[in-house]
Design a protein around this ligand. Structure first.
Ligand code: SF4
Ligand code: SF4
Length: 283
């Protein structure tokens, strides 16, 4: 099963849920945890371990000035504004390029070749028995998170149980992470902002056709609005984690709830089984 953990906004405890779920599953089997929050990966803090790193690169165009006739076709084609054709040269703005390859195809003079440009890294480690951790990291200044996430997903495509920790929000990196998953957990907290952003995340999951369930984190017992929203949208509340000073202290130390208080493992095991049902893999 490919399971995503997402949230409409940051700070809901999404990574905490993903890390505790993976930690619990690793006790009884093999699980792969993928940090798709490539602009700010943090799962390695829960699981410090030596890692092997590989570079992620995307193809970008290189203009062969000797062959270029400055016809302007490549600049007209590029919808991202990455190419500007002047009478005597072509300007290329790599940070705007989406590596679609189209300019190479439309050039009538074969004056464009492609070369790889590094945009980030993937690191892979085995921090505890049963757990493989893959983390994507976008290079500073690189705007293209999606290709790094795509590479991370490709790397684990054959692994049987995979948990993807998405970046917060509902933008392209989240869509790339959720796309093709069997189910997703949406982590929220019962505040007006939390509910607003949950609605956006639910909409994204629905449009991608990914079955979603809800985890309410830091519940103070006043979850009526969230519960009503879930009933109205036929969403199962998979788990409720109470607001608790000790849980907050465990997290702030960078530790795992299920490691410090193993009695929580049965709750995370139950969460995983509900996700399997949600995904339809047990039917
Ligand atoms: S399409 Fe080819 S020949 Fe025309 S401006 Fe671009 S690189 Fe030069
Ligand atoms: S590869 Fe695509 S996005 Fe990049 S410069 Fe060429 S046309 Fe534009």
């Amino acid at each position: 099963m490919k399971l995503a953990v997402a949230s409409g906004k940051g700070g809901t405890g999404k990574s905490m849920v993903a890390a505790n779920l993976a930690f619990t599953l690793a006790w009884t089997g093999q699980v792969t945890l993928v940090d798709c929050d490539v602009e700010e990966p943090n799962l390695h803090l829960f699981f410090p371990s030596p890692a092997t790193r590989t570079e992620v690169a995307v193809p970008v165009p290189v203009i062969e000035e000797f062959a270029c006739k400055h016809c302007g076709k490549c600049g007209e084609f590029c919808q991202y504004g990455a190419l500007t054709v002047l009478p005597d040269r072509v300007l290329f703005f790599p940070e705007l390029c989406h590596s679609c390859g189209g300019c190479t195809l439309v050039c009538p003079k074969n004056a464009i070749r492609e070369e790889p440009r590094r945009i980030g890294t993937l690191s892979s480690s085995l921090p505890i028995p049963g757990l493989k951790l893959v983390s994507g990291t976008l290079d500073t200044g690189s705007p293209h998170a999606v290709p790094v996430i795509r590479e991370a997903k490709k790397k684990v495509s054959r692994d049987p149980e995979v948990i993807f920790d998405a970046s917060p929000g509902t933008s392209c990196p989240v869509i790339e992470t959720l796309d093709g998953c069997d189910a997703c957990i949406l982590v929220t907290e019962s505040t007006p902002f939390g509910l607003h952003d949950l609605q956006l995340a639910v909409d994204v999951a629905a449009r991608l056709g990914v079955p979603a369930g809800i985890v309410i984190n830091r519940s103070d017992g006043k979850d009526e609005d969230t519960i009503r929203f879930c009933i109205d949208h036929d969403l199962e509340i998979l788990m409720t984690i109470p607001f608790d000073r000790e849980i907050a202290a465990i997290q702030s130390r960078g530790d795992l709830l299920c490691r410090v208080r193993p009695e929580w493992q049965k709750d995370f095991s139950a969460l995983f089984l509900k996700c399997r049902t949600l995904a339809g893999v047990d039917q």
